[in-house]
Unconditional design. Structure first.
Length: 192
């Protein structure tokens, strides 16, 4: 005989709360997977971490939905999950990735996004994260500082050094197209 176990985190949840979470998920999931992919360089890892972050957000939805921007919470949790997974499997995966780099991408990823991710993989983790938050997630320096816990001056330094490091890694064609677009450093990679 099977017993039903009460799940207190689900008690009292109404249809409206479920609809609110579903709408939040629909509005943010594609954008966040793109941002995390750009930060991590691994689409499968980004998707797995984001899925777990959404599960955690759902479990705490009454509280998280009251935040000014619940998307920041989900992105931060997903990023931390990625970092934790890296530390746990670093030694095993390092040899594998060096021998056979992961080049498979999802069908919705543009060639520009793939080129950007490949270039970002060559940068230190903090520079990569700050660049993605600024140029892909479109956050201000102050928002990045708040989300990452890094001082605003350090965020600016990471942006400057990251841009300088990325410049020679990105194609000249992208730079020429950028100059003709009006000079904005931000680019739409289909995830905003």
């Amino acid at each position: 005989m099977r017993r039903t176990v009460a799940r207190p985190e689900l008690e009292g949840r109404g249809m409206r709360e479920t609809e609110d979470f579903d709408a939040f998920y629909a509005a943010t999931s594609r954008r966040l997977v793109g941002q995390l992919y750009a930060m991590t360089g691994d689409l499968a890892e980004a998707e797995d971490a984001l899925q777990e972050a959404y599960v955690r957000a759902w479990q705490r939805w009454p509280k998280i939905s009251s935040y000014d921007n619940p998307e920041v919470w989900v992105r931060s949790v997903a990023y931390k999950l990625c970092v934790n997974a890296w530390w746990k499997t670093r030694n095993r995966l390092t040899a594998h990735h060096r021998a056979a780099p992961h080049t498979e991408v999802g069908p919705e990823l543009t060639p520009d996004m793939t080129a950007l991710v490949q270039a970002l993989r060559q940068l230190p983790e903090r520079q990569r994260r700050v660049l993605v938050l600024h140029y892909v997630a479109d956050l201000t320096v102050e928002q990045i500082a708040q989300e990452t816990g890094i001082a605003t001056g350090t965020v600016k330094s990471h942006l400057s050094r990251g841009r300088a490091a990325l410049a020679p890694l990105l194609s000249e064609r992208g730079d020429e197209a950028h100059e003709h677009e009006g000079g904005s450093a931000r680019k739409d990679y289909g995830y905003a």
